[in-house]
Ligand binder design. Structure first.
Ligand code: HPA
Length: 245
């Protein structure tokens, strides 16, 4: 089954025909919300709002372990994560969608592994390529069918938040090789890998990163680009589920 994790701009998924909700408890505490089960175009999907349905859980307070555990426990095999990012690379303009192909993790203090504690084995999962290549091909096919533009590839810098970055921090991320910046890509992707789930991120560019473009003086979130981005995400999900069913 496919899971969709919605970001702060996608706490509800209007195209989902809901069948039921399920509260899941995990050894790592409570997930962000009850899981919402339903169909998109006849395809079974489970939806989770990363920041809770009330959008009240900050990026550094999300219980990523409980979320991934909960999805795995109900039979999820694939996770399509949606998240907002700031654009750093010149073609990563607000309103665009992008599927990153790598990650630099700047977060700290988050519970980032299932493999800790006295009775757990020492396991080092391979994370050379953090996103699943087969899922990427599926989503690229949906991109082609839906005609929703989506940039394929780019490095996602994950910052701790919840504050936004300084202009100097963005320049440093750029020197490191980052193309976009967000706060929720990790440890979610690594935990999904530890759990053996296929995982892919589709990022919606909500703003130019600090110091770039229209965010030269302060971060500027363009409301029309936000609405446009969410419409594109839903069109892409509809095309993906149509091809999967
Ligand atoms: N920085 C970090 N996270 C973000 C941004 C940003 O500019 N935009 C959306 N999420």
């Amino acid at each position: 089954m496919l899971a969709i994790i919605g970001g702060s701009r996608l706490a509800q998924l209007p195209i989902l025909q809901i069948t039921h909700r399920q509260v899941v408890r995990t050894p790592f505490g409570d997930p962000s919300c009850a899981l919402t089960f339903g169909h998109i175009g006849g395809h079974n999907v489970v939806f989770m709002a990363r920041h809770g349905y009330g959008n009240s859980i900050a990026p550094h307070e999300v219980n990523y372990r409980a979320n991934i555990w909960a999805l795995h426990s109900v039979g999820v095999k694939q996770v399509l994560a949606i998240g907002s990012v700031g654009g750093i690379r010149p073609d990563m303009a607000p309103g665009m969608l992008v599927m990153p192909d790598n990650i630099i993790d700047y977060t700290w203090g988050r519970k980032h592994t299932f493999y800790e504690g006295p009775d757990r084995p020492l396991v080092r999962v391979d994370f050379t390529h953090p996103y699943d290549p087969a899922m990427r091909q599926q989503v690229l096919a949906a991109v082609g069918r839906s005609a929703v533009p989506c940039i394929d590839g780019g490095v996602y810098a994950v910052t701790q938040g919840p504050r936004l970055e300084t202009a100097a921090e963005i320049l440093r991320l750029q020197r490191d090789g980052a193309d976009m910046v967000g706060m929720t890509g990790m440890p979610e992707a690594a935990l999904a890998r530890e759990m053996g789930l296929q995982y892919l991120h589709v990022c919606h560019i909500a703003n130019w990163a600090a110091g770039k473009g229209s965010s030269h003086e302060r971060i500027h979130f363009a409301d029309d680009a936000l609405a446009d981005g969410m419409a594109k995400v839903q069109a892409l999900l509809a095309a993906l589920c149509a091809q999967e069913s």
